[in-house]
Write a protein that binds this ligand. Structure first.
Ligand code: ADP
Ligand code: MG
Length: 354
């Protein structure tokens, strides 16, 4: 694949402020790579970096992060560890998505040539409800030894997510949407999710709509992932299926995930891992976070910058064969980043008259 995109010229104005939440584990080192690459490519973005410490009392840091995202509209984040195992300890990650009403998560798994995986050429999009379902965080111990956890499905959110899936399919030349559920057992909650998806499908007569039970979906994904195009599902199924799909096509270090609401967007690695065990070793794959940064550039309309960085990523891992150990290589994180910058340096636009 021969590419000719150049780094656009720097220009006054048109800069965006973006909230950066590095999170724990490998988050901070991956964010440093993002900033290095952006700096090198002259990306017109200024980051407002906010560290969230999950071990602190209270929610001041979280409130501060939310205020910042409301001001900037956009954030890039690593995973924030939830330290306390106590009942009632709130995941900062879930709280952020809920507070900002980021009702949908999108993960596009598109294989990179050259990486040995279980199945080649996978190209599947997961559209996941991102704020309710099994993540409603409504758990309590009714009597000692008995815990109840509520799964919440609303017509409104099921509709917003299904609508997003069909619109995405329509606007991206996709052919089919598959709704994933367990409506045979959870007749009311998943039943509603399925029913709403069928209702929304009527507005898209040119798209095929089918549905599949979550357990069969996992088996089908592992044995024949090519039958899937755009997938629509509730929150917990979404995180499990995302991990299955990423595992089939290169793992946790490659793909980005996008969280959208009507007003805000947060970009992060698709499988949302903290990576505590590999932090500080210069072995973490920087690509998933870089792809999140590319998604963010597209969202902000910096399409040329997005494209040059995306092409440099592709060339580095699929043509120059520089890969971290998680995708079968021997390169360090910084080897990969240095190569990306080397590729970018050939795409610089030099000042000229006229
Ligand atoms: P969690 O945060 O959900 O506990 P982990 O941090 O244990 O997840 O990550 C799951 C697996 O994915 C681990 O084996 C981890 O090393 C791997 N992993 C996650 N992110 C990356 C990355 N960027 N590069 C390489 N491996 C990664
Ligand atoms: Mg972990």
């Amino acid at each position: 694949k021969k590419t000719t995109t150049k780094i656009p010229r720097a220009q006054y104005g048109g800069r965006n402020a973006v909230t950066m939440l590095p999170g724990g584990g490998i988050g901070p080192e991956l964010m440093k790579y993002v900033r290095d690459v952006f700096h090198f490519a002259g990306v017109p973005i200024d980051f407002e970096v906010i560290d969230i410490d999950p071990s602190t009392e209270g929610n001041d840091d979280l409130d501060y992060a939310i205020t910042s995202i409301k001001r900037n509209g956009v954030a890039i984040k690593g995973n924030i560890e939830t330290k306390s195992e106590e009942l009632g300890a709130v995941s900062r990650n879930v709280a952020l998505r809920n507070e900002l009403d980021l009702y949908v998560n999108v993960l596009h798994c598109k294989s990179y040539p050259g990486i040995a995986t279980r199945h080649p050429n996978i190209d599947v999009i997961i559209v996941r409800q991102n704020t309710e379902g099994e993540y409603a965080m409504l758990e309590h111990e009714s009597v000692p030894g008995v815990v109840e956890s509520m799964k919440v499905v609303t017509d409104e959110n099921a509709e917003r997510v299904a609508r997003f899936a069909f619109e995405y399919a329509k606007n991206n030349g996709r052919k089919k949407v598959t709704t994933i559920h367990k409506a045979n057992i959870m007749k009311l909650s998943d039943g509603l999710f399925l029913e709403v998806s069928k209702r929304v499908a009527k507005d898209y007569p040119n798209l095929e709509h089918n549905n599949m039970i979550i357990d069969n979906c996992c088996m089908q994904l592992v044995s024949n992932p090519y039958q899937f195009d755009v997938m629509n599902m509730t929150n917990l199924y979404g995180t499990i299926v995302s991990n299955v799909l990423c595992g089939l096509s290169g793992g946790a270090g490659l793909y980005s995930g996008r969280n959208y609401g009507d007003h805000y967007a947060i970009f992060e690695p698709g499988t949302r891992n903290t990576g505590t065990a590999i932090a500080g070793k210069n072995i973490a794959n920087p690509i998933a976070m870089l792809n999140s940064a590319v998604d963010m550039l597209v969202h902000l309309g910096h399409n040329d910058h997005a494209q040059v960085i995306s092409e440099a990523i592709y060339q580095t891992i699929s043509e120059d064969n520089l890969r971290t150990p998680d995708i079968g290589g021997t390169a360090s994180s910084t080897d990969v980043i240095e190569n990306i910058m080397k590729v970018l340096s050939k795409k610089r636009v030099h000042w000229q008259h006229g």
